[in-house]
Design a protein around this ligand. Sequence first.
Ligand code: ADP
Ligand code: MN
Length: 170
Amino acid sequence: MYIALTGTPGTGKTSAAKILAERGHIIKTVLELAEQYNATETVDGEVEIDTEKLFGALGEIDEIIIIEGHLAHLLPNGLCIILRSHPEILRKRLAERKYSNEKVMENLEAEAIDIILTEALEACEIVCELDTSELTAEKTAEAIERIMNGEADKYPPGKIDWSGAVMDWY
Ligand code: ADP
Ligand code: MN
């Protein structure tokens, strides 16, 4: 079974995935899989992932592989875990990444209006949301393990609400 580990850029997917890998889980990034299955194309010098092609290429598997990346929920999965972070935390993290102001705001807005959640609820059977705003990467990885070990119902989708953060922008 594939498990999707998704979330807006900056929510801590890669940091959590690194710890999960250290704990023995098999992790693949969406990009690694896309390269493996020839599902990338270069548009205007940027690598784009053909999620439809990759979706078709990934068959049923017996082992458990965690697919990490902000498009992971668009690939086959038996469980989708969405990492969420308060927009003001994302603002700091994405600014440190030297994203342009425009790109920072695009991602903050996407987080605030639940874009990935909406897409995941359409595409995935079981969706969990994990607010990492106050968690270390270690605690995030531990919570992901709890979800994988049958506690998905403790992390139901739709409980996280960043509308207060958006009101502060105006
Ligand atoms: P993503 O893969 O979702 O884009 P990263 O794991 O790359 O996110 O994390 C983005 C930034 O936030 C990095 O600078 C990372 O060190 C930091 N970070 C990640 N998780 C946490 C956390 N739980 N607490 C504090 N900082 C974090
Ligand atoms: Mn990442």
